[in-house]
Design a protein around this ligand. Structure first.
Ligand code: SF4
Ligand code: SF4
Length: 107
């Protein structure tokens, strides 16, 4: 299922760049997750990258968007195909197996 950001968000900005699907954006007051783009990181990583990096643990599952792993994988495949058709350039970021969380940690 998609994840969601609760009002406990402190706008620390660290989750947005680690999302492989660009599903996280700054909302009016706090960051928001687009349920149409969030795959719970299925297809990219073993665990949700935003959850792994959030310092206040404010990214739970969104009960309004319940999806099975199969549905999330299908969403990932559609997003990847869309991304490929929108950009004939390299999709290396999608194929990069190094977790963005790990990259941030290295910096
Ligand atoms: S779980 Fe993954 S795809 Fe969903 S918002 Fe977080 S980082 Fe993005
Ligand atoms: S990492 Fe957590 S606290 Fe920071 S902006 Fe994202 S949701 Fe908000």
């Amino acid at each position: 299922m998609s994840l969601m950001i609760t009002s406990e968000c402190i706008n620390c900005d660290v989750c947005e760049p680690v999302c492989p699907n660009k599903a996280i954006t700054q909302g009016v007051e706090i960051y928001e997750i687009n349920p149409n783009l969030c795959t719970e990181c299925v297809g990219h990583f073993d665990e949700p990258q935003c959850v792994a990096i959030c310092p206040v643990d404010c990214i739970p599952n969104d009960p309004a968007h319940v999806e099975t792993n199969e549905m999330l994988l299908e969403k990932y495949q559609k997003l990847t195909a869309l991304s490929a058709s929108n950009s004939s350039a390299s999709n290396s970021s999608l194929l990069n197996s190094v977790s963005p969380v790990e990259k941030v940690a290295e910096e």
